[in-house]
Write a protein that binds this ligand. Sequence first.
Ligand code: PMP
Length: 455
Amino acid sequence: ATVTENQHAALLARHRAVLPDWLATYYAKPIELTHGAGRHVWDAEGNRYLDFFGGILTTMTAHALPEVTAAITEQAGKILHSSTLYLSRQAVELAERIARLSGIPDARVFFTTSGTEANDTALLLATSYRRSNQVLALRNSYHGRSFSAIGITGNASWSPTSLSPLQTLYVHGGVRTRGPYAHLSDAEFIAACVADLEDVLGQAGGQVAALIAEPVQGVGGFTSGPDGLLAAFKEVLDRHGILWITDEVQAGWGRTGDHFWGWQAHGQAGPPDILTFAKGIGNGMSMGGVVARAEVMNCLTANSISTFGGSPITTAAALANLGHLLDHDLQGNARRVGGLLRSRLESLAASLSIVREVRGRGLMLGVELVEPGTDIPSATAAGLVLEAAREHGLLIGKGGRAGNALRIAPPLSLTVAEAEEGATALGAALKEAQAALESAGAGGADSAAQGGTPA
Ligand code: PMP
């Protein structure tokens, strides 16, 4: 049975009356998702959408993946509890697999319920290990919204407070589209960012605990520095004994196609000291975690961090999901289908004056939007494209420093036909948004929808 307009409006009114005002939802008329299958989802009014945002990247493989459903159902029929006080076969097995995959030698794995909690734990580890609350983060970063994660998020519009338990120093490296180093070659860009890092360290005074970096900035609009940048950073960090934390919450699990982890695009300097993950691993179940060398992980004397990390049901789901990902080479699929999708988007962009850049790799593709024919970032354009894409049956995400980037991150099992279908829908949405902006006249009201993008 489908929900009527009135029933939808009533639910929205109740949502707005009881949930916080800052819990932003996408779309002028928010969507109530009721079910999914493969790369498609349906809303309560019976509309079907192709999902190019993977339930905000949490649906790693596919919606309603039978293996994951079976694992969850089987475990739910046995026992539901929190695992940290008892042994859990699934948690051990999953930790063993992730430890091996991480590339970190002598790795220990701690499970959390979210990416925020994973980063919070990573910061607790790094600051305890180094006995310092000074950390380095990239400008334009997003790492979550706990009290400490806010403190390493480099865009004020994503931070509800400027107070922080950390002293954070921001360095260049995540964004190449704009900014002082935008015109440089790869090698020059890396050299400039390393010089900036050295400069910041020179002024830091105390002992810096860690550098945290997203290999591809997610909320930041799917931007990244050139391959090898983090390896160049690592050389500097090693000289100072500073730990490298890679936040793989969005870029991990083969999403970028070329690599299983985002850090591997910078792999010459070896694995990071700490790796955090979340989102996709549970295929929609709340699951995250931290991987670190034993020496770093074991520097804490506390018991656990929280009650629920690595519960039998989330780890059962994650094991089934990870098994499916590896058995079906979805990383390879992301590379192949993502490559096709990117070239389709590039040919669309060539004839559109609101697209400044198509970027990214694998199934993590960003589209930077501007006011027609200018170089001025347009959050209005991103909002218009999002709404228009929905009308064409396509869900996408937005983000970026000025709220002007589209984020495309479908489940990793996307087929070629679905990539074509999505590109056609997106092309139509981009054209409509451009026409609307052109008819409204150049300039206009582009200050409204800055930042605020959830997840
Ligand atoms: N790190 C990154 C790179 C993220 O994109 C996010 C979520 N958007 C987080 C951490 C926080 O994860 P969660 O929302 O699961 O707490």
